[in-house]
Design a protein around this ligand. Sequence first.
Ligand code: A3P
Length: 271
Amino acid sequence: TQEIFDSAQAYEPDSSDIFVVTYPKCGTTWMLNILYLIEHGGNMIGSDDNLNYHYPFLELVGGDKVQEFKAPRVIKTHLDDRMIKHKEGVKYIFVARNPKDCVVSFFHHTLDFHNFYKYKGGKFDDYFKIFMQGKVDWGDYFVMVPRWYEKSLKEKNVHFVLYEDMKIDPKSEIEKLANFLGPKWSDSIKREGVLENVIKNSSFNSMKSNHLNQIIKLQQKTKTSSFRLQCITIAPKDLKFMRKGAAGDWRNTLSEEQSQEIDEKMKKVGK
Ligand code: A3P
């Protein structure tokens, strides 16, 4: 609602906050799960629990609700850097993903959240057009991602991570991440067996085969608060969240022209 969105934009960060910022479908849940695992000695979140209850989604629940979480907080958002208030000390993890895989994933997400988007039967070619125009939820990939990338070049409190790098070498990406976040995090992965379990329990297959995939069932099972309701309103019961989890799979969906259109756009925004 407008009220929740306004409250999200008005959120006054605490200097200990960690924001996980992504354009949708670029690895948000993956990153949040990694943080959860590091914080919990590599142990997978319980089947009666949910990442949303630990790491609130700023523009879904609003800033007032986020304030109720005890600092230090980890906060999920897809907002452009101009839409959130900044504060000295706050850390931002930005996860980016190849826009070609992002648009395919976002298309499936839009089909899958059928009770919300009502896009059942929608065609990829149509969706691609609106994605390229930035007329999808959270706006233009080609504005949001470059802005955060620029910021990461200038500001040491922004850690820019690529989905593709996490796939190739999760160990070194998790180590870099923990070092960026500070001693609480880097010490955790130095404890015996923790790093190995973080890697194992954050792999796609592991996340797909456990309850993290059934995000909604889980949300319905737990807590009967208004917070729970805010979390479940937009997702259908049959949603399976982990789809393919691949890098480069766009080749099975995008045409040569669509791929070139993205290449051209990336060249332009890269200048
Ligand atoms: P696909 O639809 O391409 O499979 P977000 O959490 O930002 O919505 O991103 C969702 C995308 O990240 C989905 O992509 C999902 O499958 C993928 N994903 C989630 N966990 C992952 C993991 N451990 N490894 C690789 N991809 C993962």
